[in-house]
Design a protein around this ligand. Sequence first.
Ligand code: TYM
Length: 338
Amino acid sequence: MSKTPSPRIFSGIAPSGVPTLGNYLGALRNWVQLQAGHDCLYCIVDQHAITNFQDPAELREKTRIMAAILIACGIDPEKNILFHQSAVAAHARLAWIFNCITRVGWLNRMTQFKDKAGKDREAVSSGLYVYPNLMAADVHAYHATLVPVGDDQRQHIELANDIAEKFNHDYGVKFFPRIETLIPPEAARIMSLRDATKKMSKSDPSDQSRINLNDSADTIALKIRRAKTDSEPLPETIAELKDRPEAINLLGIYAAVTGTTPAASLMQFAGSGFGPFKEKLAEALVAHLSPITAQAQRLLADQSYIDSTLQSGARRAAAIADPIVDEAERIIGFLPRQ
Ligand code: TYM
């Protein structure tokens, strides 16, 4: 089987909550921009979400909210492919093969597993442990070569390349291509509003730690007002912010949503306390996010549109992935399916 001639883009997001400002600045904004000139597949990874228990009704709801927000952000489901992972069996088929390729030692090095499992290592699901294999399968099932992600996914993509290399080596083929990450130079890691040493996460138990892409203007303003900061005024240069992670984080967010750099933003507020800065930050966020929120609300009113959009995306995705995974199965010695 020959490789696709032009680079194909794949990325995913877990419907384990409502997407956050971190997802938006680290990944989704990039997803939207990359649509111009590329074939893109964007996947709502519900199989990843269940590595932690999800209430079934809530999972359905969060999957639909995710789809509505992605479309509201500017993902065009006609031009590109938007779908839910569980609807394309090729992901799970290839993930099993990768479970048998990946060495346990490789998985033991995954920092995200260590963070998520914490002290409870023995009690977390085995799905959480092998999650990077499914993520590798997500991308390789399409022979995708460009993956736009935030900084926290870098290690998983490196692993996906190691898996592909071992598969190719063990079976003497050049079947799976190398993947490159596309990580934005700025805002690749947005931190929690309550603790700037932790990344902003849709599954953080504290809703105050994040801006959700469906928060109202009042909620955004309140969360920014309450965001943890120190009591020093803002300095003139970035170098002087060295040990002030909260200030660095908020400034990075301001720069990202206003289309400037953190250094230029700092000039604007140097010498002032956080009060006036937070007011401007809340205003900028509301101006940027409220059209998305409003459009997502409108889309969600028509559940059948959301469901049929995802289903038709899944059919188009399967048409690409099925022959690739059939071929992977042939390479490893499985008899043909039909
Ligand atoms: P997830 O759902 O945690 O996040 C989706 C995307 O958002 C980025 N991101 C962030 N960027 C900046 N700052 C943050 N605080 C922040 N939080 C999240 C993530 O880097 C990601 O790009 N395992 C993946 C989903 C996935 C995937 C894939 C991605 C499954 N299969 C294949 C790429 C290719 C995840 O849980 O992302």
